[in-house]
Ligand binder design. Structure first.
Ligand code: MRU
Length: 364
């Protein structure tokens, strides 16, 4: 996608050697800065401190983290410890584990002397594949938007509600939940997006609104509690969110607050779709609520908020009285029964074991 008319991916190999570059998402929306990851430590820091975030991008960054680690030391021990370090960086997105497994499949059988080049090649492949996957997922999802539009007067707008950021910033390009929206918009279908701000880290306000604006997609930022009201008043045609981990039975783990939107959608007969690449399915799990580990982050993310002051400087402020305690659960699980369908790179299916295994018979 383009930033100020220049095409970007969220991660790319540096042109001058063994490093990768990323967009530092902690600086958005006020500053667009890129950062070089030179080694394993940089890669772990980028994932843990959310310079990169979003399940598919976390996976791609982990793959590059292994490639950079192999550049430093390609021994069995170094490979094992790089995988362990990256695996601990963030617990929820299953794409992280998937990418590490993919790297090990290639690297384990090799002599250390040939691991460096092989790791680079596989990380590049994972990165390129992610773009193809998101693009194809977008094509499938855009048909849902087109169908709604075609069932209406041609001058009407399709209103989509989304939560958090599952746009191109959460992947290598295109996005998951936003890919259908970009494809529909590019095809000339009038679409407007209700953007949940997504406290506590405000990925909706800081990232989703920023990238929709860059691409010229009409959107409106709303406080997290507004969606139910909009749905009661017929102002949402469908919801599309992303997911960080989906069980084989179609339970969906996504940014905290997704479950509440799914409940509101269910109560108001608003279709609730979740967009995901196959790499986000955790085939080992059946019960999302019981089995998916939910990341708990620093309470300061709830207690404090950064923003640009009138003097143009970004500062963080305390929202509460000194000493207030806070809990910061980063994700929740939406049971499959509340999900109308799953949008994948292989098509749209029911949020169920038979739906997913029908699309992924080779993985189920
Ligand atoms: O904590 P984050 O920003 O990494 O979480 C990402 C999300 O939860 C997104 O909503 C997204 O749906 C999943 S990644 C495409």
């Amino acid at each position: 996608m383009k930033v100020n008319n220049t095409p970007y991916r969220t991660i790319w190999p540096a042109s001058d050697g063994w490093a990768v570059e990323i967009i530092d998402q902690t600086k958005l929306p006020h500053h667009f800065e890129t950062v070089r990851l030179e080694n394993l430590t940089d890669s772990i820091h980028a994932i843990a401190d959310m310079l990169v975030r979003g399940a598919p991008l976390i996976g791609a960054t982990a793959a590059w983290g292994i490639a950079l680690a192999m550049h430093e030391n390609a021994s069995d021990l170094a490979l094992q410890s790089a995988c362990e370090g990256l695996y601990q960086a963030r617990p929820t997105a299953v794409n992280l584990r998937w990418a590490l497994d993919e790297m090990r499949k290639v690297l384990d059988p090799l002599d250390p002397s040939s691991r460096r080049e092989a790791a680079y090649a596989r990380a590049m492949e994972i990165t390129d594949d992610d773009v193809e996957i998101s693009s194809s997922l977008g094509e499938h999802g855009s048909k849902l938007i087109k169908n709604i539009w075609e069932g209406r007067r041609r001058d009407s707008i399709v209103n989509v509600l989304t939560h958090c950021n599952a746009g191109w910033l959460a992947t290598v390009d295109w996005g998951t939940a936003l890919a259908p929206i970009y494809k529909a918009h590019n095809a000339g279908i009038p679409v407007h997006v209700w953007v949940d701000e997504t406290r506590p880290r405000n990925q909706g306000a800081s990232l989703t609104a920023w990238e929709l604006k860059q691409h010229g997609v009409p959107h409106t930022l709303i406080a997290d509690n507004v969606g139910g009201h909009l749905m009661q008043h017929g102002k949402v045609d469908l919801c599309i969110t992303g997911t960080d981990r989906t069980t084989r039975t179609g339970d969906v783990c996504n940014k905290i607050g997704t479950y509440l939107k799914a409940l509101a959608a269910h109560d108001n007969n608003v279709p609730f779709y979740v967009a995901l690449p196959g790499t986000t399915i955790d085939w080992t799990l059946r019960d999302g609520v019981a089995e998916i580990p939910i990341e708990e982050r620093d309470a300061d993310e709830v207690l404090r908020i950064p923003g640009m002051c009138d003097d143009g400087v970004v500062r963080e402020v305390l929202l509460t009285a000194e000493g207030v305690t806070a809990a910061n659960y980063a994700f929740d699980v939406t049971p499959a029964r509340l999900v109308t369908g799953l949008i994948t790179e292989r098509g749209v299916c029911a949020a169920s074991e038979s739906g997913l295994s029908g699309l992924y018979p080779d993985l189920a």
